[in-house]
Design a protein around this ligand. Sequence first.
Ligand SMILES: *Cc1c(COP(=O)(O)O)cnc(C)c1O
Length: 399
Amino acid sequence: MTLDPVRPIDPADLPAWPQHDHTEREALERVLAHGQWWRAAGTENDDFEREFAAYNGAPYALAVTNGTVALELALRLHGIGPGDEVVVPAFTFISTSLAVQNVGATPVPADVDPETYCLTPEAVRAVLTPATRAVIPVHIAGHLADMPALAALAAERDLVVIQDAAHAQGGVWQGTKVGEFPSVACYSFQNGKLMTAGEGGALTLPDEKTYEQAYLMHTCGRPRGDTTYQHVTGGSNSRVSEFTAALLRAQLARLAEHTRIREERATLLDGLLKDAPGLRVQARDLRMDVNPHYMYLVALDPAAGRAARDRLVEELKAAGVPACVNFPPVYRPASFRAGPVPATSVAELAERCPVSEDLGAHGLWIHHRVLLAEPRVVERVAEVVTTLAERVTGAVVAR
Ligand SMILES: *Cc1c(COP(=O)(O)O)cnc(C)c1O
């Protein structure tokens, strides 16, 4: 059955991503003119870290090359390595589990909440073993995991908490900013993320001692100002250039206003899609004060099947809505089996993680630049999504 075309979204109505203006240009020219392009000789990294820490309510921040490396550094900071188990949500981008494997530890996937799609304390509790050392909640699509509840479980079982906040710079839960929780949080500034320098990452850190250790480890163990090759800790080089830091300062200056607009548009879109037949959208826990909205997550009724979802993504793209299939459960791609893995089989993991299986097979995400568009464009997007979802489910079910 071929579907009648819907009136597509005019590409000119969707804001470009990434966004930039004269402030990014001035930032790059400032570094160029300064003549010293690495952090040891400049001030952009230090300034960015101070500004980013403040934005997220953290006492300290450290800029690093990307979000994956940020997670690896956070794990190494806590001495996590071979023989240790780290609980990760099954529904996340692969870096959450890959980082665990890259430090030699074993990721243990646990399922997410069927409403918010975030890791729950109950799911973590169900997979704890004597080898569990840490848990990495992911603030999926900008929605914070229930950090107070996870922290309470972590305290009870003596576990380290590391936040994967790649989607959640600026998130606030019951008055607490993401960097204000007493745990290390890891952020990404890859091209699609909410602020970007093409690539980039950061950690926020809860105390000076952890920050100082992270600083050393991100620069081959060299103390600040070292000119005599003192290497006082292990580590690697995950420093970013002054160009990256300067760009990120310009991007950060735009984030609060972007977040305000995305919050408004997401509320609008939620309302418009709430009663769409056969569609589900990520719910919002009312304890969330600010959701920066990295992805807008939509899922079809499981009865429609994976083929309907795949078809819907293609139809949405053809109609000018930037859409993509959801992350598969982390244990499904081949790369998962390239590192240390739990003894549990993929079939057993799938049985343990029905929500992540469902979201991976039936869910999709819409790019956050849609949430920066004018309300009338968001209304048109809702119309296109609703119409195509109905048709695609109908078409597949009718086969
Ligand atoms: C993007 C992302 C990362 C990794 O960040 P990179 O900067 O791409 O390395 C980690 N976790 C999640 C949830 C992400 O979406």
